[in-house]
Design a protein around this ligand. Sequence first.
Ligand SMILES: [Zn+2]
Length: 374
Amino acid sequence: MNMNRILLTATLCFSAIQLFFAQSEAKAPTEKTATENLFIVTLDGFRWQEVFGGADSALLFNREYIHDSTYYVQKFWAGSPSSRRQTLLPFFWTTIARQGQIYGNRHLENKVNVSNGMWFSYPGYNEIFTGNPDDKNIYSNDKIPNPNTNVLEFLNRQKGFEGKIAAFSSWDVFPWILNEKRSGILVNSAIEDIEGVSSPTARLLNQLQHQQPMLWEEGVRLDFLTWAIMREYVASNHPRVVYVGLDETDDDAHEGRYDLYLSVAHQADSWLSELWQFIENDPQYRGKTTLFITCDHGRGDKVKKQWRDHGAKVEDSSEIWFAVLGPDSKPTGEVRQPGQYYQKQFAQTFAHLLGQHFICEHEVGQAIESVLNR
Ligand SMILES: [Zn+2]
């Protein structure tokens, strides 16, 4: 190689490096955000169809899915989709609809999809937290340590966030999905005693979770226990980033129990409402906390019993939704403009909300700007 070529190569390398930094700077948050704390909540396999339309008549009135629907019709049925969704998810359709943002109503061409090709849980949660669909390595729900760095462990290494990240889940695969061993963050999953809280309530919850009836399979904790354990931990430790993975919507749908599926979603909505009230009354969290709610995958449509299922062979089950409520997100309510968003964009959105820029060994989907434009 002659001198000119060396010079040329050096100049090109330098330009490439400059370009790299210019790009990563351009994508990094430019203004300081108000969000200092973040709560992420997922409802496993909960469909956008119910989020935006409430109870589905084709399922609610089908004796195959609800043996006696009298009670559920009384509770969740109403004449129009907008009153049905309000009845099923009152916190979504009052507080979030007025003060936050709700994405994914495909009737309005507002679309959210997973980018992975699997359309089930581990690949979905991997995509949410790493910002990168990885069909090559993540193609089952097996307990395999996730090789990909996730945004929670990235945050745990940033100044002011160390030891202030906590994850709670009903499903016992999360210690692998979030690679608890490598990431060093707290991952409390079914059925595991909560550490770091010594209150009488924490002791009681630790006892109770070992007494729950086994409804589906070993390794799934009932959502109300996961939620209560999270609440007790948050009240006493005040972490800055909290993740809660609820599970029952998916289990009930697989069982073909539309009554239970609706009930647990309705219950989750009321927990979210109560959590938001707590946030608004707590000096660390008030005005400085964003709540982000989504799911890992969708489900099939009502035809051919496909609503019970999901996966690459089940049409439409890559369709998801998300909602956000917090000081950095404009109160646009239900997003009615056509648009296309992807699950792989969530991780960088979480980081940007907290004024951070997620960089790791793999590519990360771009942050969703409309979430951050107050
Ligand atoms: Zn499932």
